[in-house]
Design a protein around this ligand. Structure first.
Ligand code: ZN
Length: 185
């Protein structure tokens, strides 16, 4: 099981609350990403250190790609099996191009192209995605799609992004979430 820490309030202050509002009923998918663990020159270890890096908007700095807005709703730190929320689900995160408004963004703090999640870390991550999926099912009466960033058309300008990376099998994530889910809408 994962630990859950909300850093929403401080992250909203740090960012000036500039991510735009939306309705939860607009959300029909969960998009999975990899991030860091190094972002810019810093080793990111929780939600606030990540948000801090994305507030830097100089050329090539993390925030230059998001306009200084928060990129994900949730980040998952595998070493401590902790999920940090940094943005209300009723606000749009900047992570998947034209799909931003219709999705929840979850980033794993690991380079999943080269470093896999260990069994226990993966189990905790599936629990997290299941909780998010069940919440959206409950609110919207419909199961959300669970996809990797790469799988979305128009999700990125970079075709070689490989996000979240070959070591996170999205088919397995979907199977594990389906097996854990308490709600099938
Ligand atoms: Zn991504």
């Amino acid at each position: 099981m994962y630990k859950f820490i909300s850093q929403v309030e401080i992250a909203e202050k740090l960012s000036g609350g500039r991510n735009s509002r939306r309705r939860l009923s607009d959300v029909d998918k969960i998009v999975l990403h990899r991030l860091g663990p190094q972002v810019g020159t810093k080793l990111v270890h929780d939600g606030l250190s990540m948000v801090g890096e994305f507030m830097k908007t100089g050329k090539y700095q993390a925030g230059s790609y998001t306009g200084g807005k928060i990129p994900y709703h949730l980040i998952y730190h595998p070493e401590t099996m902790t999920a940090y929320q940094v943005l209300p689900f009723t606000k749009t995160a900047i992570h998947a191009g034209k799909h931003n408004k219709s999705s929840i963004g979850i980033a794993v703090l690991r380079d999943l192209r080269t470093d896999p999640l260990m069994d226990e870390q993966a189990d905790a991550f599936y629990d997290l995605v299941t909780a998010m999926s069940d919440t959206l099912s409950w609110v919207n009466g419909k199961d959300p799609q669970i996809v990797g960033h790469d799988q979305l058309n128009g999700g990125s300008k970079d075709p070689d992004k490989e996000c979240p990376g070959r070591l996170l099998d999205i088919g397995v994530v979907n199977a594990r979430v389906a097996a854990r889910s308490k709600i099938h809408a």
